[in-house]
Design a protein around this ligand. Structure first.
Ligand code: MG
Length: 393
C-alpha cells in the first residue's frame, strides 16, 4: 500500500547468492556467504532480506516451481500480492510449504522473505519498520558486542586471552557498554582454568560493563556447567549461552533451576513452536532465535510476545550481514523483553560481507544507537559489492 492507501502489488522476487571467495570452511563464521532476497513492487521499490542458512538451498526454496498445494515455491505465492498484508502473507507462505517446511530450512527461507516484505512495506508507507511492529517501546537501541577470537589453531590460552583483551579494548573504544566473551577454548583449558579465564575477562572489562558468556556448547553434563557457573557468580554474568548441547532441553531445565545466572537456549530454533518447547521443557531465561532463521520479523515478534507471558527474554542470535543487523535494531526498538541485541561488529571480526554489503554502520554512543529513521529497514545495498560477491547460479 502506498501513502495514499492504494495497493502496490509485488512484481518480482529474486534470490541472489553472495559468497566470499576462499572463505575458510573450518572457521565458525556464518557471514562468509548469504542469500539475499529482493522483492520489488510494481512501482520499482525494492525490499531486501536474508537468511542465515545454506544460500543455494534457500534460493531453491524461494524460486522452485510449485509441486502441489502444500509444496509451493515462495516466489509464486508472493507475485501479485500486497506486501502490506504481512501477517496474512506469512500464514499463506507457511501453509504453502507445509510439506517441506514448518521447521528448519523451509522457515529459514521464509525468514528472508518476511524481512524483505517488512522492508518493502515500510518503504511503501514511508515509515521505519519498527512502526510496522507496533512502534517504539524504548528510546534507543542497546547492542552487545560479540567478542570471538576465532578457532584455537595451535595458540596457547595466554595468546587467546591476549587476542580477547585487544578486541575488548576495541569494543569499548567503539562505544559498547555490553560485551559477550566467547570462551570457545576447545580442550585448551580445564573447567577450573575456564573459571580463571572468566575472572580475567571481568577484570579486563571492569565492573561497569555488562558481561555475557558464550560457551559454544561445551558440556554434555549439566552438573559440569553448574560447577563453573557457581564459581563465577561474583563476576556478575548477565547470561550464559550455549552451555549444554543444543537439543538437551532437560539438561537446560535442570541447570536453569539451580543457577543464579540467566541460562540461554534456542539459538538454532525456528518458529514460535520450537521456542515454546524451550520455555516449557527447557525452562531457559533467554531465547536466542535468529531473525533470519526463525521466521523473520513476524515470527520473532510472536516469539517475544509468547516469551513475555512466561517471564523470558528474547535476545536474537545475529551473525550475518548488515541486513540481519538492521532487522535486529527494528525488532529491539519495538520489543520490551529484549534488553540487548547481539551485534557482530565489522571492526571486531573481519568479514567482507558484513563490512561492505550494507552501509553506513550506525554510531554507538555511550552504549546505545539512535532509533532508525529511514523508511523500511534503512539498509541500502552497495551494488558494486553485490556484483563483486554474486555467485551466478
Ligand atoms: Mg552464539
Amino acid at each position: 500500500m502506498n501513502a495514499t492507501g492504494q495497493a502496490v502489488p509485488i512484481a518480482e522476487v529474486e534470490a541472489i547468492v553472495l559468497r566470499v571467495p576462499a572463505a575458510d570452511a573450518t572457521d565458525l563464521d556464518g557471514s562468509s556467504e548469504t542469500i539475499l532476497v529482493r522483492i520489488t513492487d510494481a512501482q520499482g521499490r525494492a525490499g531486501i532480506g536474508e537468511a542465515d542458512a545454506p544460500a543455494g538451498a534457500v534460493r531453491e526454496l524461494v524460486l522452485m516451481d510449485d509441486v502441489h498445494a502444500w509444496s509451493r515455491g515462495l516466489r509464486g505465492v508472493l507475485l501479485g500480492r500486497d506486501p502490506f498484508d504481512l501477517r496474512a502473507l506469512y500464514e499463506d507462505l507457511y501453509a504453502a510449504t507445509l510439506y517441506h517446511g514448518r521447521r528448519g530450512l523451509g522457515i529459514h527461507a521464509l525468514s528472508a522473505v518476511d524481512i524483505a516484505l517488512h522492508d518493502l512495506a515500510g518503504k511503501q508507507l514511508g515509515r521505519p519498520v519498527y512502526q510496522l511492529l507496533g512502534g517504539a517501546r524504548r528510546p534507543a537501541i542497546t547492542p552487545y558486542a560479540t567478542i570471538y577470537a576465532g578457532p584455537v589453531r595451535g595458540r596457547s590460552i595466554g595468546q587467546m586471552m591476549d587476542d580477547i583483551a585487544g578486541r575488548f579494548a576495541r569494543a569499548l573504544a567503539l562505544g559498547f557498554r555490553a560485551v559477550k566473551m566467547e570462551v570457545l577454548f576447545e580442550d585448551l583449558v580445564s573447567d577450573r582454568e575456564m573459571v580463571a579465564c572468566i575472572h580475567e575477562g571481568r577484570r579486563l572489562l571492569g565492573p561497569d560493563i555488562t558481561m555475557m558468556l558464550d560457551f559454544g556448547y561445551r558440556w554434555y553434563d549439566w552438573r559440569d556447567a553448574l560447577w563453573v557457573l557457581n564459581r563465577v557468580v561474583d563476576d556478575d554474568i548477565f547470561f550464559a549461552e550455549a552451555t549444554l548441547q543444543h537439543d538437551d532441553l532437560a539438561g537446560h531445565a535442570r541447570l536453569a533451576q539451580r543457577v543464579e545466572t540467566r541460562i540461554c537456549g534456542a539459538e538454532f530454533a525456528a518458529t514460535v513452536f520450537e521456542c515454546r518447547e524451550w520455555l516449557r521443557e527447557g525452562g531457559v531465561d533467554v531465547l536466542q532465535p535468529d531473525i533470519s532463521r526463525c521466521g523473520g520479523l513476524s515470527e520473532i515478534r510472536r516469539i517475544a510476545e509468547m516469551a513475555a507471558l512466561e517471564g523470558a527474554l528474547v535476545i536474537p542470535h545475529n551473525w550475518k550481514t548488515g541486513i540481519n543487523a538492521v532487522a535486529a535494531r527494528h525488532y529491539q526498538a519495538a520489543t520490551v523483553n529484549a534488553p540487548y541485541i547481539e551485534m557482530f561488529h565489522p571492526d571486531l571480526f573481519a568479514s567482507p560481507l558484513r563490512a561492505e554489503l550494507v552501509r553506513p554502520e550506525p554510531v554507538i554512543h555511550d552504549g546505545t544507537i539512535a532509533l532508525p529513521t529511514a523508511a523500511g529497514l534503512g539498509a541500502e545495498i552497495d551494488d558494486a559489492v553485490l556484483a563483486r560477491y554474486r555467485v551466478v547460479v
